[in-house]
Design a protein around this ligand. Structure first.
Ligand code: MG
Length: 226
């Protein structure tokens, strides 16, 4: 069987509106919408619990009554339920909307989510309903590859924010000119966070992240003006 080509849904990065000289690219789960806390709450509804110490989901979720690890299919089913019901389960990360309202005056904003593209319409409706109308790309491709492709057509400086060190490392590899910031809304996994690539900025919440983003944008705008 031939492997299916990874899907991407949403506007092409090269077609994004260009109102500002810099682009702010945001992951969604754990950066814009809460993911870990609502997932843990959903697990509890299904008599399951999560051990964060391995910094992964597979193999880390166990039945509370039997101690048995939940298999990949069961986990996938629960993840689907979370995304299906995201409008009532995945609340905004505190402070994100006000921060993005302000940052949108200085930078173009695009969401880049690794969520399966089948949930694109559900997520789009949810983001619109909570006042986040920024364009969204849902992809199964490596985020680094998507951003690297953007640089092939546009030379705008980019800042990328994500909660997963592997995504930040992928962007560092494939699009090394990108400024990187780590932000993970839930504190649950933080003690077990793998090492971040060198030079990645880190923030614990949007209260801390917004002035950091502002400072990085200042620098990027100054460089863009040279
Ligand atoms: Mg994420």
């Amino acid at each position: 069987m031939t492997a299916r080509k990874p899907l991407t849904v949403g506007p092409a990065m090269a077609d994004l509106p260009e109102h500002h000289p810099v682009l702010l690219i945001l992951d969604i789960d754990e950066v814009v919408l809460q993911f870990i806390d609502p997932f843990v709450a959903l697990l509890a509804e299904h008599d399951a619990g999560l051990d964060p110490s391995g910094f992964r989901l597979t193999g880390s979720v166990h039945s509370l009554s039997t101690g048995q690890a939940l298999g990949a299919d069961r986990l996938k089913g629960l993840m689907h339920q979370l995304y299906e019901e995201q409008d009532r389960r995945q609340h905004l990360v505190p402070g994100v909307r006000a921060a993005l309202d302000r940052l949108a005056r200085r930078a173009d904003i695009v969401f880049l989510t690794a969520m399966a593209p089948q949930w694109h319409a559900t997520r789009r409706r949810h983001l619109d309903a909570v006042g986040l109308p920024y364009p969204m790309i849902a992809t199964e491709r490596d985020k680094g590859a998507v951003i690297a492709q953007f640089y092939e057509t546009r030379q705008r400086p980019c800042l990328f924010i994500d909660d997963l060190p592997s995504n930040l490392a992928g962007v560092r590899r494939s699009a090394p000119a990108t400024e990187l910031l780590h932000l993970m809304a839930s504190p649950l996994f933080r003690p077990y966070l793998p090492a971040l690539p060198a030079g990645v900025h880190t923030a614990c919440d949007w209260h801390e992240a917004e002035p950091m983003v502002d400072a990085i944008l200042d620098r990027m705008l100054a460089q863009a003006a040279l």
